[in-house]
Design a protein around this ligand. Sequence first.
Ligand SMILES: Nc1nc2c(ncn2[C@@H]2O[C@H](COP(=O)(O)OP(=O)(O)O)[C@@H](O)[C@H]2O)c(=O)[nH]1
Ligand SMILES: [Mg+2]
Length: 487
Amino acid sequence: MHNRTDPIIAISTAPGKGAVGIVRISGNNLQKFISYISPTIIEERKVKFLKLKDTDGQLIDEVILLYFRGPHSFTGEDVLEIQGHGGPIVLQRIIKYCLKISKLIYKSSNTEFQVLPHLRIAFPGEYSERAFYNNKIDLIQAEAISDLINASTEQASLGASRSLSGEFSKEINILLEEITRTRVFIEAYIDFPEEEIGEFELNQIKKRLLLEIDITNKLLNKTKNGLLLRDGVNTVITGQPNAGKSSIMNELCNEEISIVTDIEGTTRDIVKQQLQIEGIPINLIDTAGINYNEEGKINLVEKIGIEKAWKEIGTAEIIIFVHDITKSTEKLYKNNNNEILKKINKNRNKYSKIIHVLNKADLINNQKDINEYQIDINKLYDIETLVISIKNAESLDHLKEKILLKIGWSTDSSENVHIARTRHLDSISKVKEHLHAAVNLLNDQILSLEFIAEELRLVQRALSEITGEFSTEDLLGEIFSKFCIGK
Ligand SMILES: Nc1nc2c(ncn2[C@@H]2O[C@H](COP(=O)(O)OP(=O)(O)O)[C@@H](O)[C@H]2O)c(=O)[nH]1
Ligand SMILES: [Mg+2]
């Protein structure tokens, strides 16, 4: 763990060129440092123009200084922002200058109490980390800063803002208070065993626990949606060669991303593109067609492509299995599809959902024929299918709707979804488990209240892990290290 008392410096604006670039310094007792940069007083929260000159008198840049005195700053420490012109070289020069004068001040300070520790370059996420340790924000909010910056859709950005403003934390804390009250109630009977607990009290505890499970379930669903907003839905398109996989990919993305020809084995590598459906990021993955029966005959490149396809199928949340409807009466074609489906079911993760798509409907003239094909396929695979054609935009909209339906996203759920991470979902799942365990203990009439109290203690712990009130240094270090520098 790095030293948390060193003053830190970093460029806070995005890398590259821009009109303005900001260098941010955070540390305790920056006054001496600031007075070195600007001999005249800098007032808090007021901008000050300055010609920033190097120690040899050379002009570095014309800058604006902005000073926030701790604890009234983002990090809770003194913060100085130096706003210069947004070129990487000039900003680097500002940083170099600050590091140099920090050393000079250090050398010249003759009383040990005046010492300003060496200024150093900040580690990734270190500003947010300090804000967290100085209780300016909790862990959910710190994560939300990074998620807001990285949001890939408007919905994701809204969700991150909600988390950042503390809405998610509030829900966690309300549940935590609720659990704490229940635990206190139970502990009272543990501490005063002469007070025998009665049927009425036990019922009350049970009622409370059931209510808490209900709140947890709602939170769990919301968090699942929040996770989709952050990470996107991995959606792989698979099927036999020439079924129209790449065409569907291109139509959904409205772009020629994947090469389409009528030659089998056109797509060999994995082609990825992110699109959004109603603000949900979808990571669409086009794959090589699975040439099931001819694996021996196909060339090495295609073979590697198919292996990659299976790997993607293994980790996808949604699997779009494309059938060529014009071939769906051919015996060999059907057999191959059957084999592929078997293998998909063996390989996919258990939470994934399959959407069977019958493509090229435009090539079938008669609606009755389509219906028959569909019934045939439904019978064969005992599954629901969606008939589409890349020439029919409406049918592709249905496919998009189906994707949202399969991941359990509903439009009204978008209202107040906050962004979430896997670690939040894991902790809330733990909460649910321990609450159920507590209810089971009550139901089984195992009236050792200590056991129930212990389950509730574990619930409290899981909830505190989410807000960071109870988290190991390792976890915190890992979370902040994923931030970009200067945040
Ligand atoms: N008429 C028609 N042709 C399609 C449709 N979808 C794909 N195709 C054609 O089928 C051939 C194979 O398409 P492609 O997307 O490369 O299939 P992939 O091998 O599964 O990726 C191409 O000639 C496409 O133009 C469709 O819905 N209708
Ligand atoms: Mg293809």
